[in-house]
Design a protein around this ligand. Structure first.
Ligand code: CAA
Length: 260
């Protein structure tokens, strides 16, 4: 597969994966999700690669979410499929990878961007990072596992507040909440993550793969929540609130939600 929106660099046993759509703040369109799937599958199959670091290109964003322009005209059925395919192809896929993935959050990690960071095994943020799930400001809910992984990481009360307010939190608050493990200066982020990845790479890859599977098995004894998320995400696409929310974003204005 020829890669357009994703770049890969190998540094010894560590692979650095870059999401490279900076003009759209690395928003996840279909093409980027497919490319990321392919890249992660190839790296996981390569026994020389012992750890992966994922970041967004440019100084401004890790990933600003799913690509709103791409799904703004979707029906309920298409919305449901978007979440189901995305979860399977990228978010659950990364979570279940045998190779550990560190998200290097170098700026905005919003919506699908924070969901991707949460699907990674470890998160490190730079001071300029801003994290949140702003989907309800578009008339949507998080559809790539965010309603499940955010409460797992920061607890139900904080997760509900962050989701309902569509708010963004700064890196230091995210660390206090346990959403990111460490915070660094932007210029130190790559070196910090590389060093951690190299430390991980010295340990037994088979044992780490088994640890990932065991930890995930405990946290995903049922997929009911993920399935419910797909259903409710799809239902949002049939609402006037969704049409108003996405149109307002594309027209760069504030939404005026009609409600139920
Ligand atoms: N989808 C598509 N395009 C996006 C995008 C997204 N999620 N985020 C940013 N962009 C585009 C903007 O439209 C803009 O494009 P143009 O230059 O062609 O107009 C470009 O990226 C730069 O963005 P801004 O001009 O808006 O930059 P800013 O500095 O003024 O604001 C921001 C930055 C606060 C992150 C703002 O871009 C923003 O709010 N983005 C959307 C965040 C969001 O709502 N994410 C959730 C998406 S829904 C989702 O992810 C669903 C799911 O769970 C599956």
């Amino acid at each position: 597969m020829k890669l357009k929106n994703v770049k890969v660099k190998l540094k010894g046993a560590v692979a650095q994966v870059l999401i490279d759509r900076p003009k759209k703040l690395n928003a996840l369109n279909r093409e980027t999700i497919s490319e990321l799937h392919q890249v992660f599958a190839d790296l996981d199959a390569d026994s020389e690669v012992r750890a992966i670091v994922l970041r967004g290109s440019g100084p401004k964003a890790f990933v600003a979410g799913a690509d709103i322009a791409e799904f703004a005209s979707f029906s309920t059925k298409e919305g449901k499929k978007l979440a189901a395919v995305g979860q399977e192809e990228l978010f659950d896929f990364v979570e279940q990878l045998s190779t550990p993935v560190i998200a290097a959050i170098n700026g905005y990690a919003l919506g699908g961007g924070l969901e991707l960071a949460m699907a990674c095994h470890i998160r490190v943020a730079s001071h300029n990072a801003r994290l949140g799930l702003p989907e309800v400001s578009l008339g949507l809910i998080p559809g790539y596992g965010g309603t499940q992984r955010l409460p797992q990481l920061i607890g139900k009360g904080r997760a509900m507040e962050l989701i309902f307010t569509a708010g963004m939190i700064e890196a230091e608050r995210a660390q206090e909440y346990g959403l990111v493990n460490h915070v660094t200066a932007l210029e130190d982020l790559d070196a910090y993550c590389l060093k951690m990845a190299e430390r991980i790479a010295k340990n037994a890859p088979t044992a780490i793969a088994h640890a990932i599977k065991a930890i995930n098995a405990g946290l995903r004894s049922s997929d009911a929540g993920y399935k419910a998320e797909i259903e409710h995400f799809g239902k949002c696409f049939g609402t006037d609130d969704f049409k108003e929310g996405t149109q307002a974003f594309l027209e760069k204005r504030k939404p005026d939600f009609p409600g139920r």
